[in-house]
Design a binder for this molecule. Structure first.
Ligand code: PEP
Ligand code: MG
Length: 762
């Protein structure tokens, strides 16, 4: 057999060289040959690494050191330490060193001076070249000088023996001896912007590209430590929808030391759009070329230096977006069930448990981990986005964890009571967010279990007379929400955005920072109303209970209430705390003045017509013209259903059923209390009767009706509501398609029954 050299140039590498250079190296070679702009460089082969172990005679000592019980955290970290030390302390044979030095010198010659390079690990399994160990080994950026490159290569090799990597291999059944590592040495793109691109929608497969971009090097996005801008591009029409995020940090090269550092994004760039339309199209064009080359949708990392785009990595889009590599699995039959709770967000994902006790530990949650915590809070959203799945001790189906997980498309199980006690850090588990079960190990995915994050949209979307809309609570969910093809947003909850700011609205008032509050809120709402324009977005004014406000900076003065659910929340609060109400209204007014004619204002927890009258007066005083905006109310209290005619008389354009509250107040069942969860029934005849009454009265008066509680995501409820004559249904992102189909079917049945002279199917 021909001996593989220590070094191969990327342009000489092809896809069949995966065993020598790993998937990453091979794909770079393929792209260079397809004339895609890829930074040049070479790879130190996996065979060279093997020869290093053999020629220096350390292989035996190394593999013996790894024979430990990986479930014992101390043993595992001691083994990792010993292995790494051995690899770093062993001198590389001179001929290998020479080959690397010569290659770096050659690269310097080609580049006209010693270049900064990135040294990236690319691990590969001997007998399973397609196995991927992405994210488990290290990358060294901005290396310069032949000696430093040699050291970085050896460090990459050592990173094959990090505790996490050892743990994964054992749990996946890989022999340590069979896993090798290649190091790709590539000229560094000194990126001023970078990001990732899915050439086709990774969740729906639709021909629309998703590009994420932020300032500086791509490491900030890939590690999940910055919220990037998101751009959705229709590949047929080239139409672009931009969601501009607040980008707080960037990874850059320190101009003086050459080190790679993380720093704050300058204030004037934080909210600035990263990519212009023409830059987006340039990146998209390259993405399409790569997709054509590989004949499959790609997940690409790009970097841009002074207007020039480079592709630094490409791999096929896998249906499982998160949760790390596809590795060995156990079948459902042999799986050990560890815990049960409420299935709060569908999908199945496997990963390593990270138990989070407080917000300052959130950095420990890496891409693909399982976030386990007592209960999530708005400051956890970035970590929730990185997680492959979420498990909580507390909460019901309408808790923060449940709502946000569904919007992010992250599988979640809530209300397990004891996840933080029963699960341990580092454990490999599989979360089934549909059935509400946590299994030990990595479970095979069954047909029935959808991929995490999947947004189902059938190719031929049925047209329904009853509109099917979507609920949104966090701006980060906008791209997924738009991808459902929903007819608008039936509920945009502002409290998640407001509580996510971290400071109490009164803090802003007391510090004369009202404008800062308005600007921040406006940014979040604008992302949603812009993405959906001209489809309507009903923005609901603040509705958070006092116990949630108390957690915020400046929230110490919140009253302690015996029962916050029945307390000072919703419109009753805003009418007494008028300044906070006015700040929200000013935000809406600014957006309306900017031309967003698709905004509707929805008042929560209305109990009496006086509240509607007073609220409308304050809205008018803010300068909002009722000609330009629809005003509506939530029906969440039995009282408001029973006096619906008096409420209509105040002049409202729409009502929306908040069945989460309507059910709890009708049945006297706390929606967040696991102990009475079995009694919580949104289809209880009393709840249905209230809704039916409201729909009949509204239809008579020409007032639009809708539902935005969790029950609106249930196809059976949809069937009942369509028969009652509801105008629209607003569902969770993951349920839009299901509900749309149910609505279409019911509408057709009604027509059929009419033509057959039947009036009642039952
Ligand atoms: C509801 O009560 O059904 C509703 C949608 O409002 P929230 O869940 O925010 O109370
Ligand atoms: Mg409610």
């Amino acid at each position: 057999m021909k001996v593989k050299p220590t070094v191969v140039w990327l342009e000489d590498v092809r896809i069949e060289d995966v065993p020598s250079v790993g998937g990453k190296g091979a794909s770079l070679g393929e792209m260079i040959n397809a004339e895609i702009p890829v930074p040049r460089g070479f790879a130190v082969t996996a065979q060279a690494f093997r020869r290093f172990l053999d020629e220096t005679g350390i292989a035996k000592q190394l593999f013996e050191a790894l024979e430990v019980n990986v479930d014992d955290a101390n043993e595992l970290s001691a083994a990792a330490e010993e292995a790494k030390k051995l690899l770093l302390a062993t001198k590389m044979p001179q001929h290998m060193r020479n080959d690397i030095v010569t290659a770096y010198k050659e690269l310097s010659k080609r580049e006209g001076g010693e270049p900064f390079v990135a040294v990236r690990s690319s691990a590969t399994a001997e007998d399973m070249p397609e196995a991927s160990f992405a994210g488990q080994q290290e990358t060294y950026l901005n290396m310069k000088g032949a000696n430093n490159v040699v050291v970085a290569v050896q460090k990459c090799w050592a990173s094959l023996y990090g505790a996490r990597a050892i743990f994964y291999r054992i749990k996946q059944g890989f022999e340590h001896e069979s896993v090798n590592i290649s190091a790709v040495v590539q000229k560094m793109v000194n990126a001023d912007k970078s990001g990732v691109m899915f050439t086709s929608n990774p969740t729906t497969g639709a021909p629309e590209a998703i590009i994420e971009g932020s300032w500086g090097l791509g490491e900030a996005i890939v590690s999940g430590s910055v919220s990037p801008d998101t751009y959705l591009i229709d590949r047929k029409t080239r139409q672009i929808k931009a969601s501009v995020a607040t980008k707080k940090i960037m990874v850059v090269k320190d101009q003086k030391t050459g080190d790679t550092i993380t720093k704050d994004v300058p204030a004037d760039m934080q909210n600035k759009r990263v990519l212009s339309d023409s830059e987006l199209i340039t990146i998209l064009d390259l993405g399409e070329l790569i997709e054509e080359h590989y004949e499959s949708p790609q997940d690409i990392e790009w970097a841009m230096e002074k207007g020039e785009v480079f592709i630094v990595q490409s791999r096929p889009v896998t249906t499982i977006k998160k949760g790390g590599a596809e590795q060995e699995t156990v079948s459902a039959g042999e799986a050990e069930k560890l815990l049960e709770g409420l299935g709060a967000s569908p999908g199945q994902a496997s990963g390593q448990v990270k138990i989070i006790k407080s917000a300052d530990e959130l950095d420990r949650v890496l891409n693909g981990d399982i976030l386990v915590t007592a209960m999530t809070s708005p400051d956890m959203v970035p970590a929730m986005q990185r997680a492959a799945a979420i498990v909580t001790d507390e909460g019901g189906l309408t808790s923060h964890a449940a709502i946000v997980s569904r919007e992010l498309g992250v599988p979640a199980v809530v209300g397990t009571k004891e996840a933080t006690k029963k699960l341990t850090d580092g454990m490999l588990v599989t979360v089934d967010g549909e059935k509400g079960i946590i299994f030990a190990g990595r479970l095979e995915r069954t047909e029935a279990a959808p991929a995490a994050g999947a947004v189902a949209v059938s190719a031929a979307k049925p047209v329904t007379a009853t509109e099917v809309k979507v609920n949104v609570s966090i701006a980060e969910a906008t791209v997924r929400a738009v991808a459902t093809g929903a007819d608008g947003v039936g509920l945009l909850r502002v409290e998640h955005m407001i509580i996510g700011m971290g400071k109490h609205p009164h803090w802003y008032i007391e510090h004369n920072e009202k404008d800062a509050f308005i600007n921040e809120l406006q940014k979040g709402i604008r992302i949603v109303v812009d993405a959906f324009y001209p489809r309507p977005v009903w923005v609901r004014t603040l509705d958070a209970p006092t116990d949630e406000f108390r957690e915020m900076e400046g929230g110490e003065g919140e009253p302690i209430e015996p029962n916050p659910m029945l307390g000072w929340r919703g419109i009753r609060r805003d009418l007494r705390d008028v300044e906070v109400f006015q700040m929200q209204l000013q935000t809406f007014k600014n957006l309306i003045d900017d031309g967003y004619s698709n905004i509707g204002i929805m008042l929560p927890l209305v109990q009496h017509q006086d509240e509607v009258r007073q609220a409308k007066q304050i809205i008018a005083e803010t300068g909002i013209d009722f000609e330009n905006v629809d005003i509506g109310i939530m029906i969440e209290i039995p009282a408001s259903a029973l006096i619906i005619e008096d409420l209509i008389a105040e002049g409202i354009d729409f009502v929306s059923f908040g069945t989460n509250d309507l059910t709890q107040y009708t049945l006297a069942v706390d929606r967040n209390n696991e102990n009475v969860a079995a009694l919580y029934n949104e289809q209880h005849p009393a709840v249905l009767k209230l809704m039916d009454y409201v729909i009949q009265c509204c239809n008579k008066a020409g007032v639009v009706t809708s539902i935005c509680g969790q029950a609106g995501s249930n196809p059976k409820m949809a069937d009942k509501l369509v028969r009652m004559g509801i105008s629209s249904i607003s569902s969770n992102i993951d349920a839009v398609e299901r509900v749309r189909e149910a609505v279409a079917r019911t509408e057709m049945r009604i027509i059929l029954e009419g033509s057959r002279g039947l009036t009642n199917r039952d």
